[in-house]
Design a protein around this ligand. Structure first.
Ligand code: NAD
Ligand code: ZN
Length: 354
């Protein structure tokens, strides 16, 4: 699998950790800092350490796992630790983890001493096919997801399939939702390949991960700052983000990003049938595939107001209007569809009746 050239950095798929060591040697960095969470420090750090060599070659910064850590308080912790370690701006931050570590580590590095280099070593399927590609960094604030952040490219991304071996099945499925999205918005043949994997989903083949990265990369290279076409990646995310935030605020054990996006894709496929020409057959196909892969989440009418309020404050909107990316058919989408509150509620009620 060839290296993919993204906006202004390479994405490596072969001999990734050797490539990382070569990259560090060439970069002449004053010091390396590996950012991990409590699980990646157990499951992923040992393999990285085998390549990085003696422990005094680098420092480790560990944060708690999970979305709850993607906050300004944890960034303060990272910055304080960098200061304690005497980090200067010629250091390198190595983000070893899922999307939380990649987004927060990228953000923390992008503003530390006005910008320190960082690389992404994504260890979840979701971060390999999605979060590590495209240069968005950020944290959650005031219970709003990714509301503070920057567009800052990593210096490189290293996608190592071995890390997925320890990933729980639920996290595999979470990333798989973004892969399915890539097929739905851009590539019908890829969607067909994925849907044939069925419900016994194992770790997806590296070739499928590569194809997803290639699709996301085509989009972000065409529109790095999300002025227009990049919004196609938001398919499923208008309703999806609202459901995810709702679950984070209300559930003891919140649903994953991918589970929320799968719900969002069913709702937005229904909207696509109403407003963008998606056929009834394709709506049924999308609903059946997603329903078979992801658990049902109860959303009764009592939460519609909360969901609508969350969708209204979504940062994808303009002038207070709720904006969706919809499918014209499988493999082709169009952006900037204004949807009313009533339409959105109807779409959620379609999901509820499936
Ligand atoms: P995550 O980083 O919370 O990882 C999920 C869980 O898996 C965590 O508990 C983590 O410790 C564990 N884990 C990670 N790697 C592991 C491994 N190899 N083995 C065992 N356990 C492992 O979540 P995620 O799903 O990777 O990412 C979600 C985040 O990504 C969200 O905050 C979302 O906003 C963000 N995101 C960002 C972008 C972007 O463009 N920047 C795109 C999509 C999503
Ligand atoms: Zn997503």
């Amino acid at each position: 699998m060839d290296t993919i050239n993204s906006i202004d950095y390479p994405v490596y798929f072969e001999n990734t950790l050797t490539q990382l060591v070569n990259f560090i040697e060439k970069g002449n960095y004053s010091r390396c800092f590996v950012l991990t969470d409590e699980f990646t420090s157990v499951h992923c750090l040992p393999l990285l350490q085998e390549h990085l060599g003696p422990a005094d070659n680098f420092d480790i910064i560990e944060v708690n796992a999970g979305e709850e850590s993607k906050t300004i308080e944890f960034c303060e912790g990272i910055w304080s630790t960098l200061i304690d370690f005497g980090a200067d701006r010629h250091g390198l931050m190595i983000n070893l983890g899922g999307g939380v570590i990649g987004d927060m580590g990228g953000f923390a590095a992008s503003v530390y001493k006005r910008g320190m280099d960082f690389v992404q070593v994504p260890t979840t399927l979701l971060s390999q096919v999605d979060a590590s590609i495209g240069g968005k960094t950020g944290i959650d604030f005031n219970n709003l997801k990714n509301i503070i952040g920057t567009f800052t490219s990593p210096k490189a991304v290293f996608i190592e399939p071995a890390f997925l071996n320890t990933l729980p099945q639920r996290q595999i499925l979470s990333g798989y939702a973004e892969m399915l999205k890539h097929g739905l918005i851009e590539d019908a043949a890829y969607w067909n390949l994925l849907k044939e994997q069925g419900t016994e989903l194992q770790i997806p083949l590296p070739g499928l991960v590569y194809q997803s990265v290639a699709i996301k990369n085509r989009v972000v290279v065409a529109d790095p700052f999300e002025k227009g076409y990049r919004k196609c990646l938001n398919f499923g995310h208008t309703v999806g983000h609202a459901v995810e935030t709702y679950s984070l605020q209300n559930d003891k054990s919140p649903i994953t990003h991918g589970e929320a996006v799968a719900i969002g894709m069913i709702c937005e496929a229904w909207l696509s049938h109403q407003k963008a020409g998606l056929s009834a057959d394709e709506l049924a196909e999308i609903s059946t595939v997603l329903k078979s892969l992801y658990p049902k989440y109860e959303l009764d009418e009592s939460c519609y107001n909360t969901l609508n309020a969350l969708m209204k404050i979504d940062k994808k909107n303009q002038n207070g209007l709720i904006n969706c990316t919809l499918l014209e058919k499988i493999g082709q989408c169009s952006i900037n569809h204004i949807c009313t509150e009533e339409e959105l509620c109807d779409s959620i009620s379609y999901y509820g009746k499936l």
